[in-house]
Design a protein around this ligand. Sequence first.
Ligand code: C2E
Ligand code: MG
Ligand code: MG
Length: 253
Amino acid sequence: MEAALAQDQFQIYLQPKYNIKDDRLAGAEALVRWQHPEWGLLLPSEFIPLFEKNGFITKLDQYVWNKVCSVLQAWSGAGGVPLSISVNVSRADVYQADLIELLTATLEAYGLPASSLHLEITESAYTELGFVIEMDDFGSGYSSLNMLNQMPLDILKLDMKFIQSETAKPVDQGILRFIMDLARWMNLSVVAEGVETRAQLERLQEIGCDYVQGYYFAKPMPCSAFEALLRNQQEAPPPAAASAAPSERRTQI
Ligand code: C2E
Ligand code: MG
Ligand code: MG
């Protein structure tokens, strides 16, 4: 693992997040891949569980955060529109006493504001200093309604199984609407991940979801491909819908 890290075998892929109202790129999630010299491109499910057990995840995550910051710094240097990138924060990271100092120092080293790095956390964690906190996989076994009022959250990220079963089983439809209403009431933005079909997107539009991420729009891609997407968008004028007033006090991503 150490050698793989030193040899740059870990790569950052970015998956776009879109604003549901105008289809514009709103940010990205950084997802790590392992380009293994013998086994090829490995997905996180093939190595993250092991790294979470043996503790290496904290090192890998720090590497990912640094890489993401360097990408963000390059974009801001190039005069691009400031986008935020979400990084995944593992439970093991949260147990590190100096997590906040570490994140702050990383951002400072690249001259970036805390708001440019969103933290996706699946279990209870604390934060301060302006980081935007996204509760990842909401609706999966790891999160509960109770945690919503105990954590300083800005964004609710709905678990994809949820979105997918919603369209499959009409009887479940009330639950998603209820969660959306709850999020509104708590002033949280909502990101739906795992959007794979037009029907799912339409349903999410209907119930007032803010942002979407999923194969229907784009799969995770190397940073260079994401940058090409970003350049295309900057050249295209925003559609009329984009001039609508930003929604109340909720966090814009
Ligand atoms: P996650 O954070 O919930 O990330 C979303 C996962 O859903 C990603 O899988 C993404 O490729 C996949 N996905 C996105 N859209 C769709 C879709 O429309 N349909 C389907 N079926 N899947 C979709 P990926 O990249 O394999 O990552 C899996 C998990 O590994 C992540 O789930 C996250 O928990 C973890 N992970 C990934 N990168 C990192 C990292 O740098 N650090 C840590 N600690 N965990 C990571
Ligand atoms: Mg995530
Ligand atoms: Mg997730």
